[in-house]
Unconditional design. Sequence first.
Length: 302
Amino acid sequence: MKRILTLGIISSFFFAFTFILNRSMNLSGGYWIWSASLRYLFSLPILLVLVGVQGKLKPVFAAIQKAPGAWLLWSTVGFGLFYAPLTWASDFGPSWLTVSLWQLTIVAGVFLNPLWGKKVPLNSLGAVLVILAGVFLIQSESILSGEAGGEALICVGLIAVAAVAYPLGNRKMMTLCGEELDTPQRVLGMTICSVPFWLVLSAVAVGQNRLPDGNQLFQAFLVCLFSAVIATLLFFQATNLAKSDPRLLSVAEGTIAGEIVFTLIGGVVLLKDPLPSAVQFVGIAVIIAGMLLNCRAAARRA
């Protein structure tokens, strides 16, 4: 339990850098397209090395050759339509706002179950309602007052697209791969097949004559290193240790809530993000409670 908690909390600390650094790049004038594209373009050679040193590259390319259309489609959905809107959302508010709203992915994950012939888990609906209540509380002041209400709705809309695309694309790919590939191999294959999307998006930025400077290149590399490599490996290790015990697995997954806390602290201290209002603090607490309730419900089902 202690080791699982430690690994999970450390991984959530590194995951938080995604939201902090994306906001930092935005505040320093970096274009969101490069913040999104560079993360995956930088992670590709790292993943190639990580999988290559294990001698597991050939199965990845063989799997892609079997169903190239499906790989391109669901990799673009799971990585492209997930990370591009999530990064763009950083233009519309502080980092803690983005990471809090990102928990809508839990809501999306629950309601996507019928696509795989599974029922919507009724004991998760309470958690879903709690999370939605927290999202409303966070954005309610801006929307009801009319002050930046349009931006608040755009931010929620972008993150809602990302929250649906992420579980949809990844679950489709897990179904397609089956037991043929392990997680690092699948992530590498999806990264390779999402490259056309990132190149098209990058071409749009070049056409607008908006190129990344050295600062954005460096920060995008840090996102890749901290989130795509360190945080992901630590989190997978935590869930792997807990996979035989549903309750321990729910504990490991619940540590993701730490992202919100670390992002809030980092954004306020490093980026001088405004503190949440009293109502927004309540909203954040409600979202974290909903996340933990969902983990508990998953443990009970298991």
